[in-house]
Design a protein around this ligand. Structure first.
Ligand code: ACO
Length: 428
């Protein structure tokens, strides 16, 4: 293939270089398009054909169902690594040595207290507030309590901000859940592993010892790893674009949490469970809901099906489906919701509407089922996603800053009124 793309507009022709990635992905470099064409731009709502950056963090091939972080296949990481190692690899580029991992964990533990005044902010929220809204606010609020983490110009400054947020975010997650359940707000335990500590923060009861269930701990490790990063999705692009204004890490992450909240993105895992519960309450007739999903006059969509980039299968869904089966078997869960989920999955896999549009169960279809079995409330599911995605957002934000990317500022084609003149209020 030539390494030049040719563009013909009327009588004028232009040439643009092609950019090739290490996995042979090709892009047309249009950085100079507007200048050389005297103002012509491209338009691509939803950015389905637009690369916003060059990135060395995550490779995915939606057609082949491949997902790799820093080159490591997701299947190997989910099987062999723990979440903290994967976080380190995502952020810094390679799996850590034992020494690097120990230092990373020690630095995180060092910062694992949250200013008690943050608790007062949390207390001001109504008990029924959605945890994602609370978490986005508290994450942004952390900026005020950690002013030294705001200016993150050097690698060292970045490192300090990164270990602080990795330390404090699980506390915020635990507090958010505990507040909604009316439980006292606790701190973690430094002697525990990173993922064990998350469970402790969420589930420790004031009147008994917390006994770690290794099945639950392993399943959570896997779930967090599988959610670690997914290249330039909606929330990650939001973090990168917010961070491109050089706002600090915590404020950038807060925008990512808000973007993730939506039901078309991270909010889908909550939406899946709510959908399954609604089907159950309506008599469990999955066929009725399949018909609704296919009906173009009905806004209902089968939550947990379809993906913007995975058009054959979602490799994370494959791993998680297996994990869901194991967790439910090991914990002896006999959940009627699961039967509905399996019924829907089978019907969708054999239904031409779904097959033709390549709509397969995505990672969220199964993750909600595991979270439910673990005793995590439905409205905390998206928070769990945020917990897993945290190192990915951090890695992408760091890469963007280290690459000195310009401020994100898309253009538009204006389709509003052309010039018209002001009319006095009494004459309108
Ligand atoms: N149920 C029914 N029909 C669907 C569904 C669904 N879940 N998803 C897509 N379709 C249909 C669309 O109506 C459209 O049909 P048409 O071609 O006849 O008009 C076709 O499939 C293509 O759909 P698009 O919305 O154009 O696909 P896109 O790639 O833009 O959207 C998305 C992907 C947003 C994930 C979509 O499939 C969806 O809404 N799924 C349900 C929500 C969900 O599970 N989100 C989680 C995503 S994974 C994640 O964030 C980790």
């Amino acid at each position: 293939m030539s390494d030049i793309a040719k563009l013909q507009i009327g009588d004028n022709s232009y040439e643009f270089p092609l950019v090739k990635g290490t996995e042979n992905e090709v892009a047309i470099d249009i950085k100079k398009l507007r200048v050389v064409t005297n103002g012509i731009i491209t338009i691509d709502p939803g950015f389905k054909n637009t690369g916003s950056c060059e990135s060395a963090i995550t490779f995915l091939d939606g057609e082949k169902g491949i997902l790799r972080y820093r080159g490591y296949p997701i299947e190997e990481l989910a099987e062999k690594a723990d979440f903290l190692e994967v976080s380190y690899a995502l952020i810094f580029g390679n799996l850590p040595t034992k020494q690097e991992l120990d230092k990373f964990h020690a630095d995180i533990k060092e910062h694992s207290l949250v200013d008690d005044d943050v608790r007062k902010i949390l207390e001001a929220f109504p008990k029924a507030a959605h945890p994602m809204g609370v978490l986005a606010s508290l994450t942004s609020a952390l900026t005020a309590f950690n002013p030294s983490s705001v200016n993150t110009a050097s690698k060292e400054d970045m490192y300090h901000a990164i270990v602080r947020i990795l330390a404090k975010f699980p506390v915020l997650v635990g507090w958010t859940m505990r507040k909604s359940k009316g439980l006292h707000l606790n701190y973690g335990k430094k002697s525990l592993g990173y993922v064990e500590n998350i469970l402790y923060l969420m589930f420790k009861q004031p009147n008994e010892e917390y006994v770690m269930n290794p099945i639950i701990k392993d399943a959570l490790d896997k779930l967090l790893i599988l959610h670690g990063d997914h290249e330039q999705n909606c929330s990650t692009s939001t973090v990168r674009i917010a961070g491109s204004s050089h706002v600090g890490l915590f404020a950038s992450l807060s925008t990512g949490i808000s973007a993730l909240w939506g039901p078309l993105h991270g909010g889908a895992n909550q939406a899946v469970l709510e959908m399954l519960e609604a089907i159950q309450a309506d008599g469990g007739d999955t066929k009725k809901y399949m018909a609704k999903a296919k009906d173009k006059n009905d806004p209902f969509r089968l939550m947990g099906f379809g993906h913007r980039v995975y058009k054959n299968f979602d490799p994370r869904a494959k791993i998680i489906k297996k994990a869901a089966d194991e967790v439910l078997n090991d914990l002896g869960v006999d959940d009627p919701i699961l039967k509905i989920a399996k019924g829907l999955e089978q019907e969708a896999l054999n239904e031409p509407y779904f097959v033709e549009r390549k709509l397969y169960p995505n990672v969220d279809f199964y993750s909600g089922i595991i979270y439910r079995a673990m005793g995590i409330p439905t409205d905390m599911f998206t928070v769990m996603f945020a917990l897993g995605r945290l190192p990915g957002w951090i890695a992408q934000w760091r890469e963007m800053r280290l690459n000195k990317e310009p401020i994100g500022r898309p253009r538009q084609i204006y389709i509003g009124e052309t010039e018209r003149h002001f009319v006095e209020l009494d004459k309108r």
